[in-house]
Unconditional design. Structure first.
Length: 153
């Protein structure tokens, strides 16, 4: 008589983390786990196709959904259309401003610091921006953080 097949459906079961099968990276649907494949060409540090590198090291991002803000300055109200945003590499000063912001505001502060926009302007712009544009802005910042000057290795 065959031994009964026991299937554990408890997703919280403790796995032997030393076992290569504990975290299969690629599932072979023909049965079993295949070799782990690590994508070192991941897109997190790549600029989105809407971004253009400038000669001075900045990156200009064209927004999918341009926005218009009414801005009061010197007692005058004007409309400002945002079709693109130009991002600069972050500095230590920028990092301090980002770190001093609340958790909910750190992304908005990071975008304002990198785009060299007044924080109040970026707050209003961020509220109106489409999520696809916000995601692309984040990809530009991530590009700056993961692609520094080379050391000649």
């Amino acid at each position: 008589m065959k031994a009964p097949l026991n299937i554990d459906l408890d997703e919280d079961a403790i796995l032997d983390h030393g076992s290569p099968a504990a975290f299969p990276a690629v599932i072979n649907e023909d049965g079993g786990a295949a070799e782990a494949i690590v994508d070192e060409d991941g897109s997190l540090d790549r600029l989105p196709k809407e971004a253009k590198r400038n000669a001075n090291g900045t990156v200009t991002l064209t927004l999918h959904f341009p926005q218009v803000l009414s801005i009061r300055k010197d007692s005058k109200i004007s409309e400002r259309r945002f079709e693109t945003l130009t991002f600069h590499r972050l500095t230590g000063r920028d990092q301090r401003a980002i770190a001093s912001a609340t958790d909910e505001m750190q992304t908005v502060v990071a975008l304002a610091q990198s785009a060299k926009l007044n924080q109040a302007v970026m707050n209003a712009l961020y509220e109106k921006m489409d999520m696809a544009d916000i995601t692309n802005c984040g990809r530009v910042l991530n590009h700056f953080l993961t692609n520094g000057p080379t050391t000649g290795r």
